[in-house]
Structures are given as structure tokens and as C-alpha cells.
Design a binder for this molecule. Structure first.
Ligand code: MTE
Ligand code: MO
Length: 372
């Protein structure tokens, strides 16, 4: 069993697949805290968790002109300043289960919890690239490619890439992280070193990082070239051509209701509706609208948690709304977020349906009844 060496996990996680391990925190706990506790942070593994000996671990950074850096963990910590960033990671497949209710899609059936937030500590990717001999400006199209230590049966490692400009931009805060919420990285989240690309789909934040290289083309990895792309609802598995769509990088604006849960009976009186909202590319959430009557009337939720720097809003906003509800009522609660570029979420799923079930960000709808 290639998964026999996987680490123990928190029993409270909602497991979507055991081997490889994929799990999300229960929705009721998801937005209870601004920083997701490490043991509840959603986990998205494609392969078995590699066992890494931190004393012999080396990060290989391919430099220009055939030079290369080989960095131990101690060297990473001592050669480069420590940098900390609070960032939300969201899987492209978050809320896929709502998409499969429109028409079946291929992929893990995530509910609303393939998203979590942590304070990451590590070194800036930028500092490591400059140390390896790269410069800030580079003519033409370049990509920074990452490889993990986890490999498939054919020996191909998990890999992904991001554009060079994001990797070297000091404002983009791309990290090689060795800490998560003040603790050493847990094994499920990439021990001993992972990439964290704030504002970008989780798939590019490569865990168990082994190698960094700069290339004129994107990572050759399956997960960069043939997955994590969006298509029209008219494209099916017979017609899909992965070369025609760009790899997902920055994600669209997103929000979901974490309380109450679908089908709940809530007591009459004052109802508190809670949830999260987030947008890609550092675009801050400027407003969350909530309806209790299926979208006929709206109220504005109160945003809680840390307020972000505009343009570098890497972490989600939590929100809540109090409203009186009367016994016997059937409520269709809806939330929708607006980001700093006034991007909004689509009202329904069908027009954004796609065969892989990614980018599922329609208005989130929760039906509840009010009891006495
Ligand atoms: N990195 C490696 N090496 N292997 C993986 O399977 N999964 C990716 C990314 N990095 C993955 C990886 C995907 S699709 C996501 S959404 C995030 O890791 C999830 O990070 P997490 O498990 O820490 O939440
Ligand atoms: Mo993902």
C-alpha cells in the first residue's frame, strides 16, 4: 500500500477520498476562526505523502547558465530573511458538488470547504530566485516551474508553474513556506517546504517542494497542461482540447454560507447567518449581500476579521448578518460577494457548468425552515 506511510488525520474532517487523502473541515467550523487550525485545514493530495528526512533535504534551484543552488533547510532559514503572509488557499474544485447537481462532472465532490486560511512563514521565492542569479526583469515569456517530491507510478512528480513576473514581484508575496500558523509545516501540507502563491488557485502552491526551474514554457505537468482549466458548458469529454484554454491562475470572486446548514431547522427570533468571502489576485472583498427570501430583497452583511491592504487581500473576509425570522417560514438564504474590481458572482450554476467542475462560484443558496 503506497499510502501506508501517510500521517494520522483529525477525525473531524469530512473525507472525500482516503487514498489519496482529500478532506475538508466541517462547514460549521470552517469560518469560526479567521485562521484555520492546521489539523482542520483542507487537504488536497493527488498522491501518497512523501516521507522527508529534514536533515538530508535539499531544495534544488536551477539558475541561469546551467548553475544551480542546492539549499538545506538551515541554509534557507539563514541565507534569506523570514517573511510572513496570511493567505487563503482555495482548490479549483471547491463547491464542485453543486455543479454535479446540474450535470455530472469528473472530480472529488467538494462541498464548500476546499478553502482555508493560514499565516504562512518562510522565505520569499523572489529572494531565492535573485540569489540564484536571476534578475527582476526578463525579456519575453517565462514561467517558474515547481516540482514536488510526490510522484505517480510512472515517476512523474506533481508539478505546476506560475508566470515569472508574479514569482519575482515583491508585491505578490509568493513564499517558500516552512511554517504554517507558527508551527512547522504539517506533513499533509508539504513538510518541510511548500510554495504558497497568494491569490492563485491552490494547485500552484506545490507541496513537498523539490525543485524550482525557470522555463520559456509552462510546467509540463499533467496538472498544469491537462487539468485545472475552465471550459464552456458545451464542451464534453469527446470534444475537450486542453490546449485551447489557459491554466487557471487567479481565481474569481467567491463566497459561501457556513451557518446555517442546508436543511436545518433554525429557531424563531434572531437568526445569525455566517460565511466567508474571498477573491483571487489580491482583490479585496468590498461587500457581501445576503438575501433570506431567494433573492427578492437583500441586506448587507458585516465583514469581520482582519481588514486587508487593497490589492494584496490574500486572505478571506468572514461575514455575518443578524435578521429576525418567524416560526413556520421557509427561507432560501443566498450570499454573493463583490470584490474591489466590482466583480460579482453568477446567480446560477448552469451557465458556468464545466466538465471538470472547477470555478464553481455561483450565489450560494441554503434552504432552512424556522421552527418554534
Ligand atoms: N503539491 C503537491 N506536491 N502535490 C499535490 O497533490 N495538490 C495541490 C497543491 N499542491 C498538491 C500540491 C492542490 S490541487 C491544492 S488545492 C493544494 O496543494 C492544497 O493544499 P493543502 O492540501 O495544503 O490544502
Ligand atoms: Mo486543488
Amino acid at each position: 500500500d503506497p499510502f501506508a506511510g501517510d500521517p494520522p488525520r483529525h477525525p473531524g474532517l469530512r473525507v472525500n477520498s482516503q487514498k489519496p487523502f482529500n478532506a475538508e473541515p466541517p462547514a460549521e467550523l470552517l469560518a469560526e476562526r479567521f485562521l484555520t487550525p492546521n489539523e482542520l485545514f483542507f487537504t488536497r493530495n493527488h498522491l501518497p505523502v512523501p516521507a522527508v528526512d529534514p536533515s538530508s533535504y535539499r531544495l534544488r534551484v536551477e539558475g541561469p547558465g546551467g548553475r544551480a543552488l542546492s539549499l538545506s533547510l538551515a541554509e534557507l532559514r539563514s541565507r534569506f530573511p523570514k517573511h510572513e503572509v496570511t493567505a487563503t488557499l482555495q482548490c479549483a474544485g471547491n463547491r464542485r458538488s453543486e455543479m454535479s447537481r446540474v450535470r455530472p462532472v469528473k472530480g472529488l465532490s467538494w462541498d464548500i470547504g476546499a478553502i482555508s486560511t493560514a499565516r504562512w512563514g518562510g522565505v520569499r521565492l523572489r529572494d531565492v530566485l535573485l540569489d540564484a542569479g536571476f534578475s527582476e526583469e526578463r525579456e519575453g515569456e517565462w514561467h517558474v516551474c515547481f516540482e514536488g517530491l510526490d510522484a505517480d507510478a510512472a515517476g512523474a512528480p506533481y508539478g505546476a508553474s506560475i508566470p515569472y513576473g508574479r514569482a519575482v514581484s515583491p508585491a505578490a508575496d509568493v513564499l517558500l513556506a516552512y511554517e504554517m500558523n507558527g508551527e512547522e509545516l504539517p506533513r499533509d501540507h508539504g513538510f518541510p517546504l511548500r510554495v504558497v502563491v497568494p491569490g492563485v488557485v491552490g494547485a500552484r502552491s506545490v507541496k513537498w517542494l523539490q525543485r524550482v526551474a525557470v522555463s520559456p514554457t509552462e510546467s509540463p505537468s499533467h496538472w498544469q497542461r491537462n487539468d485545472y482549466k475552465g471550459f464552456s458548458p458545451c464542451v464534453d469529454w469527446d470534444t475537450v482540447d486542453y490546449t485551447t484554454a489557459p491554466a487557471i491562475q487567479e481565481l474569481p470572486v467567491q463566497s459561501a454560507i457556513t451557518h446555517p446548514r442546508p436543511g436545518a431547522a433554525v429557531p424563531e427570533g434572531e437568526l445569525t447567518v455566517k460565511g466567508y468571502a474571498w477573491s483571487g489576485g489580491g482583490r479585496e472583498v468590498v461587500r457581501v449581500d445576503v438575501s433570506l427570501d431567494g433573492g427578492r430583497t437583500w441586506r448587507v452583511a458585516r465583514l469581520t476579521g482582519e481588514r486587508p491592504v487593497p490589492g494584496r487581500a490574500w486572505a478571506w473576509a468572514l461575514w455575518e448578518l443578524q435578521a429576525p425570522v418567524t416560526a413556520g417560514a421557509e427561507l432560501e438564504i443566498i450570499c454573493k460577494a463583490v470584490d474591489g474590481s466590482y466583480n460579482v458572482q453568477p446567480d446560477t450554476v448552469a451557465p458556468i457548468w464545466n466538465l471538470r467542475g472547477v470555478l464553481s462560484n455561483a450565489w450560494h443558496r441554503v434552504h432552512v425552515t424556522v421552527s418554534r
